[in-house]
Ligand binder design. Structure first.
Ligand code: FAD
Length: 421
């Protein structure tokens, strides 16, 4: 396997559970160091819904407001066909089946994650239930399409009045107008990195081997159907070596395209970056009990044990060297709107973690999960907004397919074949 983010660690676990000999190669020195590090913790079925119908709108550099994909600068002409396809995939009439597939995948994953947690008695930060907040009646009206989509996918939710929402999250700022909310049920918040560390230990106990500081340079299919990986360990003296395997599963996130291009598999993958803020709870009475998602901005505020995490932003392309002030300002503003006293913002330098990372995105907004047309080469990547929420279920489905078993859930819509891969 290539990559030990949340997709790689959960897949390694399912494969080891099925009795495969698993080796995971990771170029970093431990698990969950890239997109899965300080990511948003939302895992509730339904949280990915297009709450105001503007999730797939393209926002030009000079636009100051609104959700959707922001273009920090005008992209070259060569990028417009991809962007056009991405924005069209969200059109209401086409959005429904794809959104519902994601809702089902997230729900299946929620169940799988809970089963794994109970089986191994995993102890990580998590909480039940979350609220999607509407600031005015227009937002409530716009959300009706998303609610219909949840109904059709059998996702449990409740529409709440402002009073009912404030009763569930008593620290919501009384001075910010709240029209109402949607409550999403079941496990809604979970710490991705903690889970990755725990599941790595369980996978190792089942016999999986993790080789860190090892870059997979290339993949070469062999005539006997096996695949040969060229591996380069870190260090000035280190020499590359080749190893052969029955199959390779690529969980390398945004870094997959160069590994697949020489095999004739051209991934239409683009990067979309976003940000999080994390800091210690200043005063528990002023902090969220679980999580809220501000429908207008798409920014979430979650409680992770003794910390609060604010997550959001959808910016096309690679991030700048340091997180942009403008992007972080939005997160601080939404935090101040809903939970002004929640985070310890002052204090010793470095007490606030400002983080940015890229999401790997496909033009139709769905991940790539399963075998490619190249024998022995499998994919689990391109999850864009919900790689953590889908991780445990997608890993189980991939493992079932690899051993020729019919999965519990039909995620055929995620198959790489749909993009000719
Ligand atoms: C701001 C933000 C907020 C988010 N909020 C949420 C949320 O609330 N809920 C949710 O479900 N999702 C959320 N996501 C998305 C989620 O973080 C990602 O979908 C998920 O972490 C992707 O996991 P991954 O394992 O595919 O990728 P990664 O975690 O990036 O792992 C890929 C790994 O592959 C390794 N690798 C790459 N190439 C090679 C190579 N050649 N050799 C060896 N190793 C290699 C990398 O080092 C890396 O460790 C958010 C993302 C962002 C940026």
């Amino acid at each position: 396997m290539v990559g030990a983010g949340i997709a790689g660690t959960t897949t390694a676990h399912e494969l080891a559970l099925d009795g495969h000999e698993v080796v995971v190669f990771e170029r970093r020195s431990t698990v969950a160091e890239v997109a899965s590090f300080a990511t948003g913790p939302l895992v509730a079925p339904g949280w990915t819904a297009d709450w105001l119908g503007d999730q797939r709108r393209l926002r030009l550099p000079w636009a100051t407001q609104g959700a959707g994909m922001r273009l920090p600068r005008l992209p070259p002409a060569s990028e417009w066909p991809w962007l056009w396809q991405w924005s069209q995939a969200g059109r209401t009439e086409r959005q429904t089946p794809a959104q519902q597939l994601v809702h089902r995948a997230v729900r299946y994953s929620q169940q799988r994650r809970q089963d794994i947690g109970a089986e191994y008695e995993l102890d990580h930060d998590r909480s039940e239930g979350m609220l999607v907040l509407w600031r005015d009646d227009r937002e409530a009206d716009l959300a009706q399409a998303a609610l219909n989509s949840l109904r059709e996918a059998d996702v449990a939710f409740k529409v709440l009045s402002a009073e009912q929402a404030r009763a569930l999250e008593p620290a919501l700022h009384p001075e910010t107008t709240l029209h109402g909310a949607v409550e999403l049920q079941g496990e809604a918040v979970a710490n991705c990195r903690e889970f990755a560390l725990l599941i790595r230990s369980e996978s190792q106990r089942l016999g999986a081997r993790f080789e860190f500081d090892t870059l997979v340079r290339s993949i070469a299919p062999q005539v006997d159907g096996r695949v040969e990986l060229t591996l380069t360990p870190a260090g000035p003296e280190a020499e590359s070596r080749n190893e052969r395997f029955d199959a390779v599963v690529l969980c390398a996130g945004a870094l997959c395209p160069p590994l697949l291009r020489p095999l004739g598999l051209r991934l239409p993958l683009r990067t979309v970056h976003g940000h999080t803020l994390s800091a210690a709870v200043r005063e528990p009475l002023d902090a969220p009990l679980s999580a809220v998602l501000d429908a207008r901005s798409g920014v979430s505020i979650s409680r992770l044990g003794q910390r609060v995490r604010v997550a959001g932003g959808h910016y096309f392309g690679e991030p700048p060297a340091v997180p942009s002030k403008q992007a972080l300002t939005l997160l601080y503003k939404v935090l101040a709107d809903w939970f002004p006293g929640a985070m310890r913002l002052g204090g010793p330098k470095g007490s606030i973690q400002e983080w940015q990372a890229v999401r790997a995105a496909m033009p139709d907004g769905l991940p790539l999960l399963g075998a490619t047309r190249q024998a022995g080469v499998w994919l689990n990547l391109g999850h864009e907004t919900a790689g953590w929420a889908m991780a445990c279920g997608n890993a189980r489905v991939l493992a079932d397919r690899l051993r020729g078993r019919e999965p519990d859930i039909d995620l055929g819509g995620f198959a790489p074949q749909r993009l000719g891969l």
